[in-house]
Design a protein around this ligand. Structure first.
Ligand SMILES: [Zn+2]
Length: 93
């Protein structure tokens, strides 16, 4: 799957993906990010933004409203059921 390749690229570039991989899997499987990998709060959210309407490729952000830690997904195949909400200010990437 393409998103796996992109996650591997993110792993090489960032390293943060290791922390957030379960949250990303949870969004893909259950449409909810689950517990924050930093502070374990359930007060997490995500937003996916489609850049290319033909391929549904885009980027995303997963964040924690409690500790403000966040993860930027540089490329992901966004499925239609995923949320596109306003990303809050002051997140720590
Ligand atoms: Zn947190």
């Amino acid at each position: 799957m393409l998103w796996v390749v992109n996650i591997l690229l993110d792993l090489i570039i960032g390293g943060q993906i290791l922390k957030w991989i379960e949250n990303l899997k949870s969004i893909i499987d259950k449409n909810t990010p689950g517990n924050c990998p930093v502070c374990n709060s359930i007060n997490t959210d995500y937003s996916m933004h489609i850049i290319d309407n033909k391929t549904n490729m885009g980027y995303g952000v997963i964040w924690c409203n409690n500790c403000k830690n966040a993860f930027h997904i540089s490329r992901i195949n966004v499925s239609p059921n995923m949320k596109n909400t306003l990303v809050p200010e002051g997140l720590k990437y």
